[in-house]
Design a protein around this ligand. Structure first.
Ligand code: NDP
Length: 341
């Protein structure tokens, strides 16, 4: 039987306007980078998406190469759109991106107009969609003029293939340049998708100011530092985790020093009545530049725990002070662009 969404789906989620636009995003959004690829979507993965939507999570984030194999998360999501979620299309914000390696040859990655437009067309086909809500340039390309990438984004926007356009992991400098170029073409840079967590603060060194000053929204990816900011790595590396599976999160980051930092942070979370992941999400959302925290989850249990973070979003001054004392020592800076970019 086809999925039917809970009729209570808008009863508890909070939404924030994305920058100075009229579009609201849920405080928590779900990304399909891990756990949604392969030949078909696992039962748990489907449940995650359905339970997310039941909880008012209207935004799902994808990219051309999410899988593995590349493209399979979009293909699987497209099947779910056809079978279950399509009837809610007007309630969903779906995003995709182009820029990382996707297919062989000189046009399979980066920021050329050729790559970005072809990739967007491929994503739409895989997801069985006429349009995505947001389309991103996934990374700054130092070998392509920014005007050309802007040209591609403008073309995608004007053709109606995307309602809004964004950039991901661009530095403050390149974001400013993109804002100006797009503005000159009558297009608004709608959103930036940077990595951000309480142990990864690069956006605070200029980007957040740029975004606020220009009314651009911000959706923070890896707010749990890929799961490091959760209770599970407090005393080792459990099985069935990204680190134990040698996945995108390297065990080199689980140093003695970093483990001490998360244990110290956990003590603060516990006093707030939260798990470490709940405090980490609440903390990201405490930054006024941030529109939404973009999480990944492996299980419905993780999803539910993370949604419960919304029950306590307030921090006292002393909590913030203590968190800063502990967390800044970690400063892992995953995906932070170099200052030249
Ligand atoms: P997170 O920081 O939320 O990490 C997700 C991982 O954390 C999960 O897979 C799980 O790890 C662990 N986790 C989540 N909740 C819990 C919990 N309650 N308890 C214990 N462990 C938990 O985000 P991601 O790194 O997955 O990124 C989220 C999304 O951001 C992606 O899906 C993608 O859409 C986007 N993204 C964008 C990038 C870009 O370049 N623009 C780059 C990376 C991500 P485990 O599987 O080990 O259990």
């Amino acid at each position: 039987m086809s999925y039917l969404a809970s009729n209570k789906r808008y009863s508890s989620m909070e939404y924030r306007f994305c920058g100075d636009s009229g579009l609201k995003l849920p405080l928590i959004s779900v990304g399909l980078w891990h756990n949604f690829g392969g030949n078909s979507m696992s039962t748990e993965a489907k449940k995650i998406l359905f339970k997310s939507f039941d909880a008012g999570i209207t935004h799902f984030d994808l990219a051309n190469n999410y899988g593995p194999p590349y493209g399979s998360a979009e293909t699987n999501f497209g099947k779910l759109i056809k079978s279950d979620l399509g009837k809610y299309r007007d309630e969903l914000i779906i995003s995709s991106k182009a820029g990382y390696d996707m297919w062989d040859g000189p046009y399979g990655e980066w920021g050329s107009k050729k790559h970005v437009i072809a990739s967007c067309d491929q994503s739409l086909k895989r997801m069985k969609l006429e349009y995505v809500d947001i389309f991103y340039s996934h990374r700054f390309d130092p070998n392509t003029p920014l005007e050309e990438t802007a040209d591609a984004l403008e073309s995608i926007y004007r053709s109606g293939k995307a309602l809004y356009v964004g950039v991901s992991s661009y530095s403050a400098k390149k974001t400013n340049e993109m804002i100006k170029i797009l503005k000159g073409r009558g297009v608004k840079l709608f959103i930036h998708q940077p990595s951000y967590s309480l142990i990864n603060r690069w956006i605070e060194k200029g980007l957040t100011k740029t975004l606020i000053n220009n009314g651009v929204g911000c959706i923070a990816f890896s707010p749990l530092a890929q799961g490091f900011l959760s209770n599970k790595y407090l005393s080792g590396i459990p099985k069935g985790t990204r680190v134990s599976e040698n996945s995108s999160f390297s065990k080199d980051l689980i140093t003695k020093k970093n483990t001490q930092i998360i244990n110290d942070l956990y003590k603060i979370a516990k006093k707030r009545g939260q798990s470490l992941s709940q405090m980490a999400l609440a903390w990201v959302l405490n930054n006024k530049a941030v529109t939404s925290a973009l999480i990944g989850v492996r299980t419905v249990e993780q999803l539910n725990e993370n949604i419960d973070a919304l029950k306590n979003l307030k921090f006292s001054k002393s909590e913030l002070y203590m968190i800063n004392q502990k967390a800044i020592e970690g400063d892992i800076n995953l995906w932070a662009p170099s200052s030249a970019h």
